[in-house]
Design a protein around this ligand. Structure first.
Ligand code: NFS
Length: 671
């Protein structure tokens, strides 16, 4: 029987994507969307009912009470599969952090080309958290000591890693009592693999307890290190105007798309693309210069620091090549589809790999080293420029949207109070009064199994209407940006009255773009600062806040979910559940799904759930926020109380005749 192939409108809600999917069909070229249609997920593996950890299997546990050849139960198998995914996600984020730490060390010792310590204030701020002396020392001396400290965290064998000390005091105590503070970042990941080797840890709860420790090695470890060092080397983000979607590609310029995750390479390509010698080289090739754009989180890194346009999120990597306008797609690590090389063969696009960890058969490899970073970046751009003459027919969708990214936690603190009285007080007050009902972090990937951006945007729009302030990172942020929700006033007609007042008063969009996926740690810092500001309890689990990954697909997302739960957050994943098992599992008191929800909530105050229906996800979010508000003794959320102040009210008043205006303001008309 022929499988149902979805229409372009069913595959993505983004008109630029739809246009490229029509082009793909016309040209007879496959994409992740068509491959997803042609190959439904294995219903045994997708539900976590398959164990392939040894050569006696793979075992498929499809009947009640069935075990694997070794006797493993479905709960043990699901717990093992889940922790392995969390370990892989933590490994990816943490290895990124490690490379950043090595780069910082090299910069401190003058061993790199093109890098410098850009944000000395952030360097000092981070150093002081670990009692590294800053007085009378050069930035390089401080950076050298900080780099050594951070590098030591990865291979530490005993004791406690230090990053967790940035969490609220009460949270640290819970982690200590549970024995889940990572000893060393690598050690926890190795132990997750050891425990899940055939014949080791078989108690599902015991396995999942280590999943928390492995996740913490990411969130309060490798990812936080990556964010810190990116800010120190490339600058702490602040709001900047940017653009997104495929319409940022140019038909008269050499288009270079950087794709992947690490800012070390992309930042150098930004620098090289502005070099007069490179611009001249492009002119000689008949182009109007080099147009640099990004995909995935490397896009977020350069979008929020330099305003470099983002060609799109995860599912746009193939679609950007389908425009026929991309001379080179330069990739480093993570979220890179192997299909790119085959797809690019239909056009002139060169796929250039650059990391010692990632090669793709058929791609061009240009090895990137920090020691010759700028030279390599220029060589990559020359390769792209030389390819401009090979361009064939081009079709770039005329679809783009402006956005204002760059809301680092430092900037949020500053914007709420200014330089001299920077504070989270106004945010806490707005939540306490009920103008802001609560906070939702909507993060994570695109997944071609659902309609691209649909779940992200459905949940985001619904929560904004309910006066929930939304913060975003990664591909979710780009999904909302394409809708115009990341652009001040443009998004404000779509939000509730209380939130609107706050956005107008402070001058912010209703959705705050906080960066790449490793920058989910900025959200942890914001939540910690909200706790420390006072009035909203004394730990993260008391905040009216929820974390959502509506279109998740990567193991990194599961690692983020684990550390957010460990930090006290209610986390929901959309799409399919890798631990759903048989349909009646949720009623089984032993089920893994129940344990990571109710079991983890009893210990950490946070819980992880997989919720397929977006309306259910929205309802649960609002219920949770209201429950937390009630527990804090805050007034019940009432949208009718707000909306009569802020810019809109000022405009209304200005439009009134003097007499009416005075009556509206003072209740009586002045003489
Ligand atoms: Ni996060 Fe960023 Fe996107 Fe998902 Fe991939 S790019 S690190 S994993 S797909 S959000």
């Amino acid at each position: 029987m022929a499988r149902k192939m979805r229409t372009p409108e069913e595959r993505s809600v983004d008109p630029a994507a739809q246009q490229m999917l029509i082009r793909a069909d016309e040209l007879g070229i496959g994409t992740a969307f068509s491959r997803a249609d042609a190959m439904p997920p294995c219903n045994i593996g997708a539900a976590g009912m398959c164990c392939k950890l040894c050569g006696m299997g793979p075992c498929r546990l499809t009947k009640d009470g069935q075990t694997g050849v070794c006797g493993a139960t479905i709960d043990t198998i699901q717990a093992r599969n889940l922790i392995r995914a969390i370990a892989a996600g933590s490994a990816a984020h943490s290895d990124h952090g490690r490379d950043m730490a090595f780069t910082l060390k090299a910069v401190a010792n003058g061993e790199t080309e093109g890098y410098r310590i850009k944000d000395v204030a952030k360097l000092h701020m981070v150093a002081e958290k670990y009692d590294i002396a800053t007085d009378g020392r050069t930035p390089e001396e401080v950076a050298d000591e900080l780099a050594d400290l951070y590098i030591s965290q990865f291979g530490q064998q005993r004791g406690e890693t230090i990053v967790y000390k940035r969490a609220p005091a009460k949270r640290q105590k819970i982690w200590k009592e549970q024995g889940v503070i990572p000893r060393g970042l690598d050690r926890e990941i190795v132990e997750a693999l050891h425990r899940t080797h055939m014949g080791d840890d078989q108690d599902p709860e015991h396995i999942l307890n280590h999943a928390i420790r492995t996740g913490l090695a990411d969130g309060w470890g490798g990812s936080m290190i990556a964010t810190d060092i990116s800010d120190i080397l490339f600058g702490t983000p602040a709001p900047i105007l940017g653009q997104t979607n495929l319409g940022v590609l140019k038909d008269d310029m050499v288009n270079v798309v950087v794709h992947g995750h690490e800012p070390t390479l992309s930042q150098m390509i930004v620098a090289a693309s502005q070099d007069p010698e490179i611009i001249e080289y492009a002119r000689q090739a008949g182009a109007n210069g080099v147009n640099l754009t990004g995909i995935c989180c490397t896009a977020n890194e350069i979008l929020m620091r330099q305003g470099i346009p983002a060609a799109g999120n995860f599912l746009h990597q193939e679609l950007s090549i389908l425009t026929g306008s991309v001379e080179a797609m330069v990739v480093d690590v993570q979220c890179i589809m192997q299909a790119l090389v085959g797809l690019a063969e239909n056009f002139h696009t060169k796929i250039i790999t650059t990391s010692s960890k990632v090669r793709i058969t058929g791609a061009t490899h240009i090895q990137f080293h920090e020691g010759s970073a700028l030279t390599t970046a220029k060589a990559i751009l020359r390769e792209a420029i030389d390819n401009y003459k090979n361009r064939g027919q081009v079709e770039i969708p005329d679809v783009r949207e402006a956005l204002v990214p760059g809301f680092s936690h430092e900037y949020i603190n500053y914007m709420l109070g200014g330089s001299y009285r920077a504070s989270f007080r106004p945010l806490n007050d707005a939540i306490m009064s009920g103008r802001i009902r609560g906070v939702a972090a909507i993060v994570g990937c695109n997944n071609p199994r659902s309609s691209q951006d649909y779940l992200h945007n459905k949940v985001t729009k619904a929560l904004l209407k309910q006066d929930v302030l939304v913060v975003q990172t990664g591909c979710g942020a780009i999904a909302a940006a394409k809708l115009g929700l990341l652009l001040g006033e443009a998004g404000l007609d779509q939000v509730g009255p209380g939130l609107r007042e706050i956005c107008e008063t402070i001058g912010i969009p209703p959705v705050l773009h906080m960066g790449s996926c490793v920058d989910n740690t900025r959200i942890l810092t914001v939540l910690t600062q909200m706790v420390e500001e006072g009035g909203l309890g004394d730990d993260i689990d008391q905040l009216p806040a929820v974390g959502l990954a509506p279109e998740w697909m990567s193991e990194k997302a599961l690692a983020i979910g684990a550390y957010c739960v460990a930090s006290g957050a209610y986390v929901m994943f959309g799409g399919s559940s890798p631990i759903s098992g048989m349909p009646d599992r949720m009623s089984d008191s032993d089920s893994v799904a129940r344990y990571i929800s109710e079991g983890w909530e009893a210990i950490y105050g946070g819980k992880l759930e997989f919720v397929e229906d977006p309306d259910d996800m929205i309802r649960r979010t609002l219920d949770h926020i209201d429950k937390k508000r009630a527990a804090l003794g805050l007034p019940e959320y009432d949208p009718n109380r707000w909306g009569r102040s802020g810019d809109r009210r000022m405009l209304e008043l200005e439009a009134m005749p003097l007499f009416e205006r005075q009556q509206a303001i003072y209740g009586v008309a002045a003489d």
